[in-house]
Write a protein that binds this ligand. Structure first.
Ligand code: CA
Length: 459
């Protein structure tokens, strides 16, 4: 039997050594005040662009040699990149739950535990959906008068009580689940698409995706719904939160006809190029409506690229493994912040940050105080965004131990026995092992500053 260099079943403990991480380009003090949305409010609009399975190495500005993301690269040149930005979990649902709650998966219920064979990326079967006890970002922002819309993938439960409009969003166009499928049975029906509370069709039917050619106009639909929402908010003058979550880079990847065959990276690159075009269109719209100086836009991804897709998938740059592993390739995400006249342009900020920080930062910018009874795991990033500051901190991906230690567990027994290799061609002896090993008592440590690819354990 061929041994599969599988990454599953490892418990990985990372000691992040922050002292070596320094920020560059800190010479200019940059002090700003949060000013007006068309002069009317001190509350900036907030747009979070969350990609699906897009890797750290997929953007030109992060070093992809194809250099096929001119709009994102321009966004970075006009804003700030965070090369040390992490998700909270290398899977869709728990990552999104963490972003929208500001809380670790183990707090908000969307977590994977080997001991219980729980696999949180299928919430409808395990945790069913986001708990009513969790307070999501749009609900908090509503206290400050924000109007919120989600465009794209939800993935926090498909039953009625779990859908976005039940958890603080005022508007929604998109689907409760991934687009992969279709599932032609009553238990797993073809995936519905909603416009608000109304189901308006299904993927592969009213919203076609050609599984042979990869052609679909869904990214353009998601773009149009986002543009239309921004247009309306510009008229009303009310602050808004737009959570733009297209899923074109999740397998099976798709792109519109005019983008198919245009990338040197294949259809995955076609999807990236189309998303890049959409990002450019959204930023341009903010400019044309004179909202740019009062809109914080943050671009990132929910987890690393899925290496099980091989050359048909994305790139995690120099990092080890990818989606469904807690190595850097699964956890570290591309991240760009853009806010003209507030975020100093062209900066690289090495502040360690996570998707959960977007929750806390958004509340700070909106002037909303989170409930004191709810522990939050994100921190306020405004000193980094507005003043290019960096500081030491700890991040905990699953379970906090002492100090800056982080305990990470990966993958269910069920998947383990399927023998999926999440680290193809990236075997590191004693690290990416096939056999599940509990490293809790003798954790594997890497010095990420010297060894970002996690090739050389220091213990
Ligand atoms: Ca994902």
């Amino acid at each position: 039997m061929t041994r599969i260099p599988n990454c599953q079943g490892i418990v990985l403990l990372l000691l992040l050594l922050f002292s070596h991480i320094v920020s560059i380009t800190l010479t200019l003090a940059f002090s700003v005040a949060v000013t007006a949305n068309n002069g009317n409010t001190s509350k900036p609009n907030i747009i979070i662009m969350l990609m699906d399975d897009m890797g750290w190495g997929d953007l030109g500005v992060f070093g992809n040699p194809a250099m096929e993301t001119p709009n994102l690269d321009r966004m970075a040149a006009e804003g700030m990149i965070f090369p040390n930005f992490y998700t909270a979990n290398p899977l869709c649902s728990p990552s999104r739950a963490a972003l929208l709650t500001g809380r670790l998966p183990i707090r908000n219920g969307f977590y994977t535990s080997n001991a219980h064979a729980r696999n949180a990326y299928t919430p409808q079967y395990i945790v069913e959906g986001i708990s009513n006890t969790e307070i999501l970002l749009p609900k908090m922002l509503h206290k400050a008068g924000y109007v919120s819309k989600i465009v794209g993938k939800w993935h926090l439960g498909h039953r009625a009580s779990f859908l976005p409009l039940k958890h603080g969003f005022h508007e929604w166009f998109g689907s409760p689940n991934c687009h992969f499928g279709p599932f032609n049975d009553l238990d797993r029906p073809n995936i519905p698409v909603y416009d608000g509370a109304q189901m308006v069709g299904r993927y592969y039917e009213e919203f076609p995706i050609d599984k042979k050619t990869g052609e679909s106009n869904l990214t353009q639909l998601y773009l149009q719904h986002a543009l239309e929402f921004i247009n309306r908010q510009a008229v009303t003058g009310t602050p808004f939160f737009l959570y733009w979550a297209p899923d074109a880079t999740h397998a099976p990847v798709y792109a519109s006809r005019r983008f198919l065959g245009t990338s040197q990276r294949g259809i995955y690159g076609d999807a990236v190029r189309e998303l890049d075009q959409a990002v450019g269109a959204l930023l341009e719209r903010l400019h044309s409506l004179d909202l740019h100086s009062n809109s914080l836009v943050f671009f990132t991804s929910d987890n690393g690229a899925a290496l099980i897709s091989g050359p048909k998938g994305g790139s995690n740059g120099p990092f080890l493994c990818g989606k469904e592993t807690t190595f850097e390739g699964g956890m570290r995400e591309p991240a760009i912040a853009w806010w003209p006249s507030h975020i100093p342009p062209g900066r690289v900020n090495h502040q360690l940050a996570t998707v959960m920080d977007l929750f806390t930062t958004s509340l700070v910018l909106a002037g909303v105080t989170p409930p004191s009874s709810t522990p939050l795991d994100g921190i306020d990033l405004t000193p980094a965004l507005l003043h290019t500051r960096t500081w030491d901190r700890c991040i905990c991906a699953f379970v906090c131990l002492d100090g800056c230690f982080i305990l990470m567990t990966r993958n269910s027994w069920q998947e383990f026995h399927q023998g999926i290799n999440f680290c193809p061609a990236q075997e590191v002896h004693g690290v990416t092992t096939h056999n599940q090993t509990d490293h809790t008592q003798h954790p594997i440590l890497f010095h990420l500053g010297r060894d970002p690819g996690e090739k050389y354990p220091i213990r």
